[in-house]
Design a protein around this ligand. Sequence first.
Ligand SMILES: CC(C)(COP(=O)(O)OP(=O)(O)OC[C@H]1O[C@@H](n2cnc3c(N)ncnc32)[C@H](O)[C@@H]1OP(=O)(O)O)[C@@H](O)C(=O)NCCC(=O)NCCS
Length: 396
Amino acid sequence: MSTQRPKVAMIAAGVTQWGARQATYRDLASEAGKNAFDSNPNLTPKDVDGIIASSVYPERSAYQGKVAPLLAETLGIRPRMFERVENQCGSGTAAIRTAQWAILAGAADVVAVVGVEKMLLPNPGEVFTNALAGLDRDWEGALGVTPPGAFALAAKAHMQKYGTTEEQLAMVSVKNHAHSMKNPYAHFHKGPDLDAVMNSRPIATPFKLFDCAPNTDGAAVVILANEDRAKELSDNPVWMLGSGQGFDAYTMANMSRDWSYWPAIEQAGRGAYESAGLSPSDVDLLETHDCFTISEILQYEGLGFCERGEGGHFVESGGSDYGGKVVVNPRGGLLACGHPIGATGVAQAHEMFVQLREEADERQVDGAQVGMSLTMSNIGSEAHCVLWGTDEVAAA
Ligand SMILES: CC(C)(COP(=O)(O)OP(=O)(O)OC[C@H]1O[C@@H](n2cnc3c(N)ncnc32)[C@H](O)[C@@H]1OP(=O)(O)O)[C@@H](O)C(=O)NCCC(=O)NCCS
């Protein structure tokens, strides 16, 4: 741990039920906001003086722009600072870091980070057109490179270089779907076994259906506060111990030539470890960006939980499950919870809130004191990472 006590803490958190929802953009925000305020009876909207919205394409999927003030009004907040963060799939964690900076700069004392995404309108096929807007328009998006195909290339590269097997990829899915059986908010409660994953329908070789995160509607809200307000408003805050960001390239053509290695993940993790004065062996749980099974394997490696090339063996040996080295995606990950892209990083922080306060019921990671959350964009070439800790760890 660094010698200084961290200055920003999470004092409330809530999520909606995730899935194909018959709910408007505003409804989703309102549901998550209510759950967040319900998580802390000392806190009311009047205490909150800042808001950061994390939404990627509300203009296309909800016909709604200028969402930060809309979300402030929906949650009953009259902020002195309101902004929107958009960094595609990594937006939620980037928004949390932006809220941290706003607090450290004194722009606000208590900031709500609100992640909302409607994914399935105007029709589910549109999601691909929307996703392509996050790629370089002139060269790559226009050619129609969709995420399943692009991530499949990373999986192939890892399989060729390190002998990672399709079964090992499938084990990530089996594990995360098993975790989601204990998360009432998850999109899916299917709990497939290895055969079911291996025999699910092909999507993009080597991926089958269960190797892919579904398209899902959902929202999540976390409320961060400076040290004084956190102590006034909460008996059990969860502290931001450190954070980092990593960048490799925007266009796929400029990414590191070896797609079995994502340097941006490593850089984001290093930033978080160094700013917190911690190392991978301190981390009890990891919420990571398993948009496809290969992503989680590359994140074990990039974040230092196993050696490069060993990710397949790591999941197979139980290293990323309860009883292993670090519990990865205890809420069910993107694979089973779904991926409403602007909300995902915020929902990961919600999981940190319940786990580090020992409120995660059946999926509680025993004795969890330090957790890490990471979301990324593109094919792992941009990443945002936060280390979280209990009051006890922060005070040490
Ligand atoms: C994998 C994918 C192509 C499947 O889409 P699809 O073929 O349109 O499938 P549908 O959404 O029509 O679902 C068909 C069925 O499979 C189920 N299903 C879909 N995705 C699933 C998943 N990941 N896991 C388990 N079941 C899934 C649905 O519930 C539905 O079941 P039902 O028939 O019992 O109702 C799509 O989910 C996808 O593109 N995922 C990746 C999203 C992405 O790129 N995100 C950004 C990454 S950073």
